[in-house]
Design a protein. Sequence first.
Length: 213
Amino acid sequence: MKRELSLPFHHPDWKRKNHVGRLFLEHTLLISDIMVALELACRSRKDVRLLTMDDLHLSKVREPFQWNVNIGQHRRCGVIPDRVFGLEFNGERCWYFLEADRATMPITRGDLHQTSFYRKLLAYEMTWTQKIHHRDFGIQRFRVVTVTTNSERIQSMIAACRKLKQGRGLFLFTDTKTILKQTDVFSLRWRTARDGETQSLQNGLEKTVHMRT
């Protein structure tokens, strides 16, 4: 988000700068609210543990957590999740890349050189198909959870997600109002790219266990 809204150093537009500052604040607060909800949910459960980047045991932690991926047609794209966290259930782990979307980025554009949410989806898909998550970070399995402004934007995101050739199952979607009013984030039903399908974070953890048994 910071790169999307960066301002020139010279001749600043103070009205624009104040607007950008407010967006940054709202974005940061949304991320914090989501992480607090996750931590509170995990505290109430003895069978689920919230994992941080320290649990990845990387020799060198990148700040911010980021990587580059080839998205095709000789294009490389940088990926910087808004937050990285994991959940451990019955000894099995799944990692999550959080995207807190404030509707400042177009869903699609005609050129992959331009930033868009679809390009972000594609970058995560290519991360999965090229196994960058495992090679660079030792992550066996990950999902991408997106919290956006409203259900209409979710529909547009899902439509973009369905354009992917594979990896559509990586993505879960909800809106800000829904997640913030939910008293137990594990009870929240996230939208998937399949018609009418919803899934909870706990469902995803249980599937990880079932796949390995």
